[in-house]
Design a protein around this ligand. Structure first.
Ligand SMILES: Cc1cc2nc3c(=O)[nH]c(=O)nc-3n(C[C@H](O)[C@H](O)[C@H](O)COP(=O)(O)OP(=O)(O)OC[C@H]3O[C@@H](n4cnc5c(N)ncnc54)[C@H](O)[C@@H]3O)c2cc1C
Length: 399
Protein backbone atom coordinates (compact mmCIF):
# COMPACT_ATOMS: atom_id res chain seq x y z
CA UNK A 1 0.00 0.00 0.00
CA UNK A 2 1.39 3.38 -0.91
CA UNK A 3 1.91 6.00 1.77
CA UNK A 4 2.63 9.73 1.76
CA UNK A 5 6.20 8.78 2.66
CA UNK A 6 6.77 7.26 -0.79
CA UNK A 7 6.28 10.59 -2.49
CA UNK A 8 9.78 11.97 -2.54
CA UNK A 9 10.98 15.21 -1.00
CA UNK A 10 13.27 17.29 -3.23
CA UNK A 11 16.45 18.50 -1.55
CA UNK A 12 18.36 21.20 -3.42
CA UNK A 13 22.04 21.01 -2.49
CA UNK A 14 24.18 18.00 -1.61
CA UNK A 15 26.39 19.68 1.00
CA UNK A 16 26.52 18.68 4.65
CA UNK A 17 23.02 20.02 5.35
CA UNK A 18 21.36 18.50 2.28
CA UNK A 19 22.81 15.02 2.84
CA UNK A 20 21.97 15.16 6.56
CA UNK A 21 18.38 16.06 5.62
CA UNK A 22 18.16 13.11 3.21
CA UNK A 23 19.45 10.76 5.93
CA UNK A 24 17.15 12.14 8.61
CA UNK A 25 14.12 11.70 6.30
CA UNK A 26 15.22 8.20 5.26
CA UNK A 27 15.46 7.23 8.91
CA UNK A 28 11.75 8.05 9.14
CA UNK A 29 11.01 6.04 5.98
CA UNK A 30 10.64 9.13 3.74
CA UNK A 31 12.10 9.08 0.22
CA UNK A 32 14.12 11.99 -1.13
CA UNK A 33 15.88 13.22 -4.24
CA UNK A 34 19.04 15.28 -3.69
CA UNK A 35 19.82 17.65 -6.57
CA UNK A 36 23.37 19.03 -6.59
CA UNK A 37 24.74 21.57 -9.07
CA UNK A 38 28.39 20.48 -8.85
CA UNK A 39 29.58 17.73 -11.16
CA UNK A 40 30.50 15.58 -8.17
CA UNK A 41 29.06 15.25 -4.67
CA UNK A 42 32.04 16.18 -2.54
CA UNK A 43 33.40 18.82 -0.16
CA UNK A 44 36.49 20.85 -0.64
CA UNK A 45 37.99 23.05 1.99
CA UNK A 46 39.79 22.20 5.13
CA UNK A 47 39.02 21.21 8.70
CA UNK A 48 35.81 21.58 10.60
CA UNK A 49 35.14 21.54 14.33
CA UNK A 50 32.30 19.49 15.72
CA UNK A 51 30.72 20.42 19.04
CA UNK A 52 29.08 17.81 21.30
CA UNK A 53 25.67 19.06 20.15
CA UNK A 54 26.18 17.63 16.66
CA UNK A 55 27.32 14.28 18.07
CA UNK A 56 23.86 13.99 19.61
CA UNK A 57 22.53 14.28 16.04
CA UNK A 58 25.08 11.78 14.71
CA UNK A 59 23.76 9.37 17.29
CA UNK A 60 20.22 9.83 15.95
CA UNK A 61 21.52 9.33 12.39
CA UNK A 62 23.59 6.30 13.36
CA UNK A 63 26.85 7.93 12.27
CA UNK A 64 28.89 7.92 15.48
CA UNK A 65 31.07 4.99 14.47
CA UNK A 66 32.24 6.25 11.05
CA UNK A 67 32.74 9.78 12.40
CA UNK A 68 34.76 8.51 15.37
CA UNK A 69 36.96 6.53 13.02
CA UNK A 70 37.98 9.69 11.14
CA UNK A 71 37.89 12.48 13.73
CA UNK A 72 40.62 13.76 16.03
CA UNK A 73 39.53 14.34 19.63
CA UNK A 74 41.56 17.28 20.95
CA UNK A 75 42.70 17.48 24.57
CA UNK A 76 42.05 21.20 25.05
CA UNK A 77 40.59 24.35 23.54
CA UNK A 78 43.34 26.94 23.99
CA UNK A 79 43.29 30.66 23.33
CA UNK A 80 46.51 32.69 23.22
CA UNK A 81 47.12 36.39 22.75
CA UNK A 82 48.34 36.91 19.19
CA UNK A 83 50.69 39.77 20.10
CA UNK A 84 52.31 38.49 23.32
CA UNK A 85 51.84 34.81 22.49
CA UNK A 86 50.77 34.18 26.10
CA UNK A 87 48.08 31.68 26.93
CA UNK A 88 44.83 33.40 27.93
CA UNK A 89 42.55 30.46 28.61
CA UNK A 90 42.43 26.67 28.31
CA UNK A 91 39.37 24.44 28.47
CA UNK A 92 40.17 20.74 28.97
CA UNK A 93 37.99 18.54 26.75
CA UNK A 94 38.55 15.32 28.69
CA UNK A 95 36.39 13.45 31.17
CA UNK A 96 34.66 16.42 32.84
CA UNK A 97 33.70 17.94 29.46
CA UNK A 98 32.39 14.64 28.13
CA UNK A 99 30.52 13.96 31.34
CA UNK A 100 28.83 17.34 31.20
CA UNK A 101 27.83 17.24 27.52
CA UNK A 102 27.67 13.42 27.09
CA UNK A 103 29.59 13.75 23.84
CA UNK A 104 33.07 14.84 22.71
CA UNK A 105 34.48 17.84 20.89
CA UNK A 106 36.08 16.78 17.60
CA UNK A 107 38.06 17.96 14.58
CA UNK A 108 37.51 16.44 11.15
CA UNK A 109 38.38 17.08 7.53
CA UNK A 110 35.35 18.43 5.68
CA UNK A 111 35.83 15.90 2.92
CA UNK A 112 35.73 13.08 5.52
CA UNK A 113 32.54 14.37 7.16
CA UNK A 114 30.88 14.76 3.77
CA UNK A 115 31.99 11.28 2.71
CA UNK A 116 30.53 9.71 5.87
CA UNK A 117 27.18 11.35 5.06
CA UNK A 118 27.41 10.43 1.38
CA UNK A 119 28.30 6.79 2.07
CA UNK A 120 25.28 6.51 4.36
CA UNK A 121 23.05 8.09 1.68
CA UNK A 122 24.32 5.76 -1.03
CA UNK A 123 23.41 2.69 1.01
CA UNK A 124 19.82 3.89 1.50
CA UNK A 125 17.32 2.85 -1.15
CA UNK A 126 15.15 5.82 -0.13
CA UNK A 127 17.73 8.40 -1.24
CA UNK A 128 18.45 9.34 -4.85
CA UNK A 129 21.39 11.56 -5.65
CA UNK A 130 21.90 13.57 -8.85
CA UNK A 131 24.91 15.77 -9.60
CA UNK A 132 25.41 18.37 -12.37
CA UNK A 133 21.87 19.72 -11.95
CA UNK A 134 21.48 23.34 -10.94
CA UNK A 135 17.98 24.23 -9.80
CA UNK A 136 16.87 27.52 -11.31
CA UNK A 137 13.09 27.50 -10.92
CA UNK A 138 10.54 26.08 -8.50
CA UNK A 139 6.77 25.81 -8.99
CA UNK A 140 4.38 24.92 -6.22
CA UNK A 141 0.95 23.45 -6.87
CA UNK A 142 -1.76 22.35 -4.47
CA UNK A 143 -0.32 18.87 -4.13
CA UNK A 144 3.37 19.14 -4.95
CA UNK A 145 6.47 20.85 -6.22
CA UNK A 146 8.33 20.93 -9.50
CA UNK A 147 11.97 21.98 -9.57
CA UNK A 148 13.47 22.83 -12.95
CA UNK A 149 17.20 22.74 -13.54
CA UNK A 150 19.39 24.79 -15.86
CA UNK A 151 19.63 21.85 -18.25
CA UNK A 152 15.82 21.72 -18.51
CA UNK A 153 15.24 18.67 -16.32
CA UNK A 154 12.12 18.67 -14.11
CA UNK A 155 11.94 16.97 -10.72
CA UNK A 156 8.59 16.33 -9.03
CA UNK A 157 8.20 15.98 -5.27
CA UNK A 158 5.77 16.39 -2.39
CA UNK A 159 7.87 19.20 -0.91
CA UNK A 160 11.22 20.93 -1.36
CA UNK A 161 14.08 21.72 1.03
CA UNK A 162 16.52 24.42 -0.05
CA UNK A 163 19.86 23.28 1.39
CA UNK A 164 21.71 25.30 -1.21
CA UNK A 165 24.01 27.25 1.06
CA UNK A 166 24.99 30.86 1.59
CA UNK A 167 24.12 31.99 -1.95
CA UNK A 168 20.83 30.07 -1.96
CA UNK A 169 18.58 30.32 -5.00
CA UNK A 170 15.69 28.83 -3.03
CA UNK A 171 16.01 31.54 -0.38
CA UNK A 172 15.40 34.14 -3.06
CA UNK A 173 12.19 32.33 -3.98
CA UNK A 174 11.01 31.95 -0.38
CA UNK A 175 12.40 35.02 1.41
CA UNK A 176 13.72 37.24 -1.38
CA UNK A 177 16.11 39.27 0.75
CA UNK A 178 18.98 39.67 -1.70
CA UNK A 179 22.61 38.82 -1.18
CA UNK A 180 24.21 37.93 2.16
CA UNK A 181 26.18 40.57 4.02
CA UNK A 182 29.98 40.57 3.87
CA UNK A 183 31.39 40.80 7.40
CA UNK A 184 34.52 42.67 6.31
CA UNK A 185 36.53 39.64 7.43
CA UNK A 186 38.59 37.42 5.17
CA UNK A 187 39.65 33.87 5.96
CA UNK A 188 42.64 32.10 4.47
CA UNK A 189 42.84 28.38 4.99
CA UNK A 190 45.42 25.73 4.32
CA UNK A 191 46.05 22.11 5.29
CA UNK A 192 49.66 20.98 5.74
CA UNK A 193 51.29 17.60 6.40
CA UNK A 194 52.35 17.36 10.06
CA UNK A 195 55.98 17.06 8.98
CA UNK A 196 55.87 20.69 7.82
CA UNK A 197 54.73 21.97 11.23
CA UNK A 198 57.54 22.61 13.75
CA UNK A 199 57.46 19.87 16.37
CA UNK A 200 56.54 22.11 19.31
CA UNK A 201 53.26 23.05 17.55
CA UNK A 202 52.19 19.53 16.64
CA UNK A 203 49.76 19.45 19.51
CA UNK A 204 46.54 17.55 19.98
CA UNK A 205 44.64 20.72 20.82
CA UNK A 206 42.31 23.14 19.08
CA UNK A 207 44.42 26.26 19.60
CA UNK A 208 44.24 29.81 18.36
CA UNK A 209 45.92 33.17 18.81
CA UNK A 210 43.42 36.04 19.10
CA UNK A 211 43.53 39.77 18.25
CA UNK A 212 44.03 42.54 17.10
CA UNK A 213 41.72 42.51 14.05
CA UNK A 214 43.19 39.09 13.24
CA UNK A 215 43.19 35.58 14.60
CA UNK A 216 45.05 32.42 13.70
CA UNK A 217 43.92 28.84 14.31
CA UNK A 218 45.98 25.63 14.34
CA UNK A 219 44.62 22.14 14.90
CA UNK A 220 45.33 18.54 13.84
CA UNK A 221 43.31 16.45 11.40
CA UNK A 222 43.40 12.80 10.34
CA UNK A 223 44.99 11.31 13.48
CA UNK A 224 47.46 14.20 13.49
CA UNK A 225 48.93 13.49 10.04
CA UNK A 226 47.64 16.83 8.81
CA UNK A 227 47.29 20.27 10.37
CA UNK A 228 44.57 22.78 9.62
CA UNK A 229 45.65 26.42 9.53
CA UNK A 230 43.17 29.28 9.45
CA UNK A 231 44.09 32.96 9.31
CA UNK A 232 41.35 35.56 9.64
CA UNK A 233 41.75 39.32 9.29
CA UNK A 234 39.68 42.43 8.74
CA UNK A 235 39.65 43.69 5.17
CA UNK A 236 37.36 45.68 2.93
CA UNK A 237 38.31 43.62 -0.07
CA UNK A 238 35.29 41.77 -1.28
CA UNK A 239 34.88 39.04 -3.81
CA UNK A 240 31.83 36.91 -4.11
CA UNK A 241 32.26 33.18 -3.70
CA UNK A 242 34.09 30.76 -1.54
CA UNK A 243 37.01 29.30 -3.19
CA UNK A 244 39.57 31.61 -4.68
CA UNK A 245 43.31 31.72 -4.21
CA UNK A 246 44.48 34.36 -1.78
CA UNK A 247 47.07 37.12 -1.94
CA UNK A 248 49.77 36.15 0.61
CA UNK A 249 51.22 39.68 0.59
CA UNK A 250 48.05 41.09 2.15
CA UNK A 251 47.96 38.23 4.64
CA UNK A 252 51.51 38.81 5.86
CA UNK A 253 50.93 42.55 6.10
CA UNK A 254 47.86 42.06 8.33
CA UNK A 255 49.73 39.67 10.61
CA UNK A 256 52.94 41.74 10.79
CA UNK A 257 52.38 42.63 14.46
CA UNK A 258 51.66 39.10 15.66
CA UNK A 259 54.02 36.99 17.78
CA UNK A 260 56.75 34.83 16.30
CA UNK A 261 54.96 31.43 16.34
CA UNK A 262 52.09 32.88 14.28
CA UNK A 263 54.40 34.49 11.71
CA UNK A 264 56.51 31.35 11.55
CA UNK A 265 53.46 29.20 10.85
CA UNK A 266 52.12 31.65 8.25
CA UNK A 267 55.44 31.39 6.45
CA UNK A 268 55.09 27.62 6.15
CA UNK A 269 52.29 27.98 3.67
CA UNK A 270 52.77 28.49 -0.01
CA UNK A 271 49.25 28.10 -1.27
CA UNK A 272 46.29 29.55 0.62
CA UNK A 273 42.66 29.53 -0.28
CA UNK A 274 40.53 32.50 0.58
CA UNK A 275 36.94 32.86 1.78
CA UNK A 276 35.11 36.17 2.08
CA UNK A 277 32.99 35.79 5.20
CA UNK A 278 29.31 36.68 4.97
CA UNK A 279 26.23 36.18 7.10
CA UNK A 280 22.71 37.52 7.41
CA UNK A 281 20.69 38.81 10.32
CA UNK A 282 18.42 36.10 11.78
CA UNK A 283 14.90 35.75 10.42
CA UNK A 284 11.85 34.04 11.87
CA UNK A 285 10.26 32.62 8.76
CA UNK A 286 12.07 30.70 6.05
CA UNK A 287 9.27 28.48 4.75
CA UNK A 288 6.53 29.06 2.20
CA UNK A 289 3.92 26.36 1.76
CA UNK A 290 5.72 23.15 0.80
CA UNK A 291 9.12 24.82 0.49
CA UNK A 292 11.57 25.40 3.32
CA UNK A 293 15.25 26.16 3.89
CA UNK A 294 17.93 24.44 5.92
CA UNK A 295 21.52 25.16 7.00
CA UNK A 296 23.31 28.17 5.55
CA UNK A 297 20.40 28.89 3.21
CA UNK A 298 18.18 29.52 6.25
CA UNK A 299 20.61 31.05 8.76
CA UNK A 300 24.10 31.75 7.42
CA UNK A 301 26.47 32.58 10.25
CA UNK A 302 30.06 33.64 10.72
CA UNK A 303 32.33 30.75 11.68
CA UNK A 304 33.39 32.09 15.08
CA UNK A 305 31.39 29.55 17.07
CA UNK A 306 32.28 26.77 14.61
CA UNK A 307 28.62 25.82 14.30
CA UNK A 308 27.30 26.36 10.75
CA UNK A 309 27.57 22.73 9.74
CA UNK A 310 26.50 21.55 13.21
CA UNK A 311 23.35 23.69 12.97
CA UNK A 312 22.51 22.27 9.54
CA UNK A 313 22.61 18.73 10.94
CA UNK A 314 20.45 19.78 13.90
CA UNK A 315 18.01 21.34 11.39
CA UNK A 316 17.87 18.07 9.47
CA UNK A 317 16.96 15.97 12.51
CA UNK A 318 14.37 18.47 13.72
CA UNK A 319 12.80 18.84 10.27
CA UNK A 320 12.34 15.09 9.75
CA UNK A 321 10.74 14.82 13.17
CA UNK A 322 8.26 17.60 12.38
CA UNK A 323 7.36 16.06 9.02
CA UNK A 324 6.39 12.82 10.73
CA UNK A 325 4.57 14.63 13.54
CA UNK A 326 2.49 16.47 10.91
CA UNK A 327 1.68 13.18 9.13
CA UNK A 328 3.01 14.43 5.81
CA UNK A 329 1.30 17.85 5.91
CA UNK A 330 4.47 19.55 4.70
CA UNK A 331 3.29 23.14 5.06
CA UNK A 332 2.40 22.52 8.73
CA UNK A 333 5.61 20.56 9.31
CA UNK A 334 7.80 23.31 7.86
CA UNK A 335 6.09 25.96 10.01
CA UNK A 336 6.65 23.81 13.11
CA UNK A 337 10.28 23.21 12.10
CA UNK A 338 11.17 26.88 11.66
CA UNK A 339 9.33 27.71 14.88
CA UNK A 340 11.42 25.11 16.71
CA UNK A 341 14.69 26.32 15.20
CA UNK A 342 14.72 30.08 14.68
CA UNK A 343 15.60 31.18 18.21
CA UNK A 344 18.42 28.69 18.54
CA UNK A 345 19.93 29.35 15.11
CA UNK A 346 19.35 33.10 15.52
CA UNK A 347 21.19 33.01 18.83
CA UNK A 348 24.16 31.27 17.20
CA UNK A 349 24.15 33.81 14.33
CA UNK A 350 24.18 36.72 16.79
CA UNK A 351 26.67 35.17 19.21
CA UNK A 352 29.02 34.27 16.34
CA UNK A 353 29.22 37.96 15.42
CA UNK A 354 29.90 38.88 19.06
CA UNK A 355 32.61 36.22 19.33
CA UNK A 356 34.19 37.65 16.17
CA UNK A 357 34.43 41.04 17.90
CA UNK A 358 35.84 39.36 20.97
CA UNK A 359 38.51 37.44 19.09
CA UNK A 360 39.62 40.51 17.16
CA UNK A 361 39.51 43.00 20.04
CA UNK A 362 42.19 45.60 20.61
CA UNK A 363 42.91 48.21 23.31
CA UNK A 364 40.81 48.13 26.46
CA UNK A 365 38.39 45.59 24.97
CA UNK A 366 41.28 43.18 24.47
CA UNK A 367 42.62 43.71 27.99
CA UNK A 368 39.15 43.14 29.38
CA UNK A 369 38.72 40.01 27.28
CA UNK A 370 42.02 38.54 28.46
CA UNK A 371 41.24 39.41 32.07
CA UNK A 372 37.76 37.87 31.96
CA UNK A 373 38.79 34.70 30.16
CA UNK A 374 41.95 34.05 32.15
CA UNK A 375 40.07 34.26 35.45
CA UNK A 376 37.48 31.65 34.37
CA UNK A 377 37.62 28.15 35.78
CA UNK A 378 37.06 25.23 33.35
CA UNK A 379 33.73 24.64 35.16
CA UNK A 380 32.77 28.29 34.60
CA UNK A 381 33.75 28.03 30.93
CA UNK A 382 31.67 24.88 30.48
CA UNK A 383 28.69 26.46 32.21
CA UNK A 384 28.91 29.24 29.61
CA UNK A 385 28.71 26.63 26.83
CA UNK A 386 25.61 24.92 28.18
CA UNK A 387 23.20 26.83 25.90
CA UNK A 388 25.09 25.66 22.82
CA UNK A 389 26.38 22.20 23.65
CA UNK A 390 23.77 21.10 26.19
CA UNK A 391 20.76 18.95 25.39
CA UNK A 392 17.97 20.64 23.40
CA UNK A 393 14.43 19.69 24.30
CA UNK A 394 13.20 20.03 20.68
CA UNK A 395 15.97 17.80 19.39
CA UNK A 396 15.95 15.23 22.15
CA UNK A 397 12.36 14.39 21.39
CA UNK A 398 13.48 13.67 17.81
CA UNK A 399 15.91 11.03 19.04
C1 LIG B 1 36.03 29.55 7.12
C2 LIG B 1 34.88 28.71 7.60
C3 LIG B 1 35.06 27.84 8.68
C4 LIG B 1 33.99 27.09 9.16
N1 LIG B 1 34.16 26.25 10.23
C5 LIG B 1 33.12 25.54 10.71
C6 LIG B 1 33.29 24.67 11.83
O1 LIG B 1 34.39 24.55 12.38
N2 LIG B 1 32.19 23.98 12.29
C7 LIG B 1 30.96 24.11 11.68
O2 LIG B 1 30.00 23.45 12.13
N3 LIG B 1 30.78 24.93 10.63
C8 LIG B 1 31.82 25.64 10.12
N4 LIG B 1 31.65 26.46 9.04
C9 LIG B 1 30.31 26.59 8.44
C10 LIG B 1 29.98 25.45 7.50
O3 LIG B 1 31.00 25.28 6.54
C11 LIG B 1 28.68 25.74 6.79
O4 LIG B 1 27.74 26.25 7.70
C12 LIG B 1 28.12 24.46 6.18
O5 LIG B 1 29.00 23.98 5.20
C13 LIG B 1 26.75 24.75 5.56
O6 LIG B 1 26.28 23.58 4.95
P1 LIG B 1 25.08 23.67 3.93
O7 LIG B 1 24.85 22.26 3.49
O8 LIG B 1 23.96 24.45 4.52
O9 LIG B 1 25.63 24.54 2.72
P2 LIG B 1 26.82 24.24 1.71
O10 LIG B 1 27.89 23.45 2.35
O11 LIG B 1 27.19 25.56 1.13
O12 LIG B 1 26.16 23.33 0.59
C14 LIG B 1 25.27 23.84 -0.36
C15 LIG B 1 25.26 22.93 -1.58
O13 LIG B 1 24.24 23.35 -2.46
C16 LIG B 1 24.73 23.34 -3.78
N5 LIG B 1 23.92 24.29 -4.54
C17 LIG B 1 23.88 25.64 -4.42
N6 LIG B 1 22.97 26.17 -5.25
C18 LIG B 1 22.40 25.15 -5.93
C19 LIG B 1 21.39 25.06 -6.92
N7 LIG B 1 20.77 26.14 -7.38
N8 LIG B 1 21.06 23.82 -7.41
C20 LIG B 1 21.67 22.70 -6.93
N9 LIG B 1 22.65 22.74 -6.00
C21 LIG B 1 23.00 23.93 -5.48
C22 LIG B 1 26.18 23.73 -3.64
O14 LIG B 1 26.97 23.35 -4.76
C23 LIG B 1 26.58 22.99 -2.36
O15 LIG B 1 27.03 21.69 -2.63
C24 LIG B 1 32.71 27.23 8.54
C25 LIG B 1 32.55 28.09 7.46
C26 LIG B 1 33.61 28.83 6.99
C27 LIG B 1 33.39 29.77 5.85
Amino acid sequence: MSSWKDQQVLIVGGGIGGLAAALALARKGIASQVIEQASELKEIGAGIQLGPNVFRMFEVLNLIEPINALAVFPNNLIMMDSITGEEVTRIPLGTAFRRKFQHPYALIHRADLHKVLLDACVTSNLIHLDASQKVVKVDETKDGITARTESGKDYRGAALIGADGLWSTIRQIVVGDGKPKPAGHITYRAVLPAAEIPEQYRWRDMAFWAGEKVHFVLYPLRTGNLFNLVAVFHSDRYEEGWDSFGDPAELHERFAKTCEPVRLLLNKIESWRMWVLCDRPPIKEWSRGRITLLGDAAHPMLQYLAQGACMSVEDAVCLADKVVAAGGDYAAAFRAYQQARYLRTGRVQIMARIYGEFYHASGVAKELRNMMLSSRTPEGAMAGMEWLYGEQKELTSAA
